[in-house]
Structure formats: structure tokens, C-alpha cells
Design a protein around this ligand. Structure first.
Ligand SMILES: CC(C)(COP(=O)(O)OP(=O)(O)OC[C@H]1O[C@@H](n2cnc3c(N)ncnc32)[C@H](O)[C@@H]1OP(=O)(O)O)[C@@H](O)C(=O)NCCC(=O)NCCS
Length: 219
């Protein structure tokens, strides 16, 4: 499959960013040779998700007016973006996305995609703080699994965004998410996440079977 521009993910940001999405499996053949190096020991699933993420990143760069270049992985696994560019990649089976922006527009950004409702209740105590668990228990029973996956995704995209500035690892218990409204199929909703360093305002969008969350650290 090939990646296409994603106005709906771009709309999650107040600032000018470029986003692309890919529904389906990635195609490793269309990557740069340099990007395909070192994958001999990877499982097929990893090869395909890596390809889908890189295809989205290349398309997002094109939308920003920047010619795609090989996006190699840094030792901490972040992609090495071209000079003057920041960005973020996320892949989930069947749906991948990447968002890029020029430095100066935002200090950092993070995006994450998860399958809606896929976070099992057994995992909730590991990924939700006591305050988040209390909030979740007060929500309609039928919505709790979806909401748990949104909080999980928000913490992942917040993590990627904050890492771009702080380069600090965070446990799930070190970030607190707040969701004051529920997302509807046709509209994104606000989500806020705080750590000891920063509080960031982000947005969440339901995309078919997936939830997508996005955060930007203002310049
Ligand atoms: C890095 C991490 C957030 C990725 O999330 P994920 O849901 O597993 O996977 P996604 O597909 O959404 O994202 C993977 C992409 O994130 C990017 N990435 C990896 N490490 C990153 C980092 N430190 N900062 C920013 N982006 C990173 C990469 O582009 C990677 O894809 P690639 O390896 O194909 O290039 C996750 O693996 C992790 O390390 N989590 C621990 C930290 C955490 O989540 N703490 C709790 C939240 S506060």
C-alpha cells in the first residue's frame, strides 16, 4: 500500500504540520536502501510496520515541500529527521501515520495510533494512575475500554513529544492524562497530559477501528 496525505491528522494541530497515513500493510520495497539495512533478523511484522511508518514519513515530508531522504534510526530509536525538521511516527497493525513540521513551528511533536479498545482491563493498573483509574470507573461501562485505549495512546504520544525536548524516559505512572469530553466519530476531542516537566494540550481522533492522539510542544 502507499501512504497518502492526511488532512484529518494535520487538523489535530493548531500549527502548520504535514501528515500522512497508510491504511493496510507497508511495502519495504519502496524504502531507501539505507533504511532497509540491518533488518535481516527482524520478524516480518516488524519489517512491514517499519516500512509503513517510513512511507508515511516520506509522504509527510513531500507535503511539507521537503524531498524525502533516508530516515535512519538514532540509538534511542527516534528517527533522524533532516535538518530543520521535527516529526513523529506511529504504526499499529492496519493503520500507520507520520507527522512532520519545520523547527520553529513547534519544539517537538508526538503522534500515536492504537487499536480502539485493545487495552485489556488487566493492564489498566499498570498504565493508569490511581486518579485515572478512579475517573475511568466513573465513566459508562460500555465506554471504559475505548477510554482506556485513548489514555494509553495519549501517554505514548505525549511521551514521544516530551522526549524530543527532555530526552527523558517516563514510566506510565509519571504522566497524568485528563479527558474532559468524549470523542465522537466525526470530531476530535481535547486531551491533556502532564509530567513533572510540562503540561501539554493534545487532541484525540477516532479513525475507524483506531484511536489516534497527537501532541505538540509549543515553540
Ligand atoms: C517509544 C514508544 C513510545 C513507541 O510507542 P509504540 O506504541 O510501542 O509504537 P509506535 O508504533 O506508536 O511508535 C514507534 C515509533 O516511535 C518512534 N520512537 C521510538 N522511540 C522514540 C522516542 N524515544 N521518542 C520519540 N519517538 C520514538 C520510532 O519512529 C518508532 O518507529 P520505528 O522504530 O519504526 O521508527 C514505546 O515503545 C516506549 O518506549 N514506551 C515507553 C515509554 C512510555 O510509553 N512511557 C509511558 C508514557 S508517559
Amino acid at each position: 500500500m502507499s501512504a497518502r496525505g492526511s488532512p484529518r491528522i494535520e487538523a489535530l494541530f493548531a500549527q502548520p504540520v504535514a501528515a500522512a497515513e497508510l491504511l493496510g500493510e507497508g511495502d519495504p520495497q519502496v524504502l531507501f536502501n539505507a533504511e532497509r539495512g540491518g533488518q535481516q533478523r527482524w520478524a516480518r511484522k516488524r519489517v512491514l510496520e517499519f516500512a509503513a511508518g517510513r512511507q508515511c514519513a516520506h509522504e509527510a515530508l513531500r507535503r511539507l515541500g521537503v524531498a524525502p531522504v533516508p530516515l535512519l534510526a538514532r540509538p534511542d530509536r527516534r528517527p533522524e529527521w533532516p535538518p530543520g525538521i521535527i516529526g513523529s511516527i506511529s504504526h499499529c497493525r492496519g493503520f500507520s501515520t507520520a507527522v512532520v513540521a519545520r523547527t520553529g513551528v513547534l519544539r517537538s511533536l508526538g503522534v500515536d495510533v492504537e487499536r480502539a479498545g485493545a487495552v485489556e482491563p488487566e493492564l489498566w493498573p499498570r498504565i493508569l494512575t490511581p486518579t485515572e483509574q478512579q475517573w475511568l470507573q466513573a465513566q459508562p461501562a460500555g465506554a471504559q475500554r475505548l477510554l482506556a485505549s485513548i489514555v494509553f495512546s495519549a501517554k505514548e504520544s505525549f511521551y514521544k513529544c516530551q522526549y524530543g525536548v527532555t530526552e527523558r524516559f517516563l514510566e506510565f505512572g509519571q504522566a497524568q492524562a485528563r479527558l474532559d469530553e468524549l470523542p465522537r466519530d466525526d470530531a476530535s476531542c481535547a486531551v491533556e497530559v502532564s509530567s513533572a516537566d510540562v503540561t501539554l494540550a493534545g487532541r484525540c481522533l477516532l479513525v475507524g477501528d483506531w484511536v489516534c492522539t497527537a501532541f505538540g510542544w509549543p515553540a
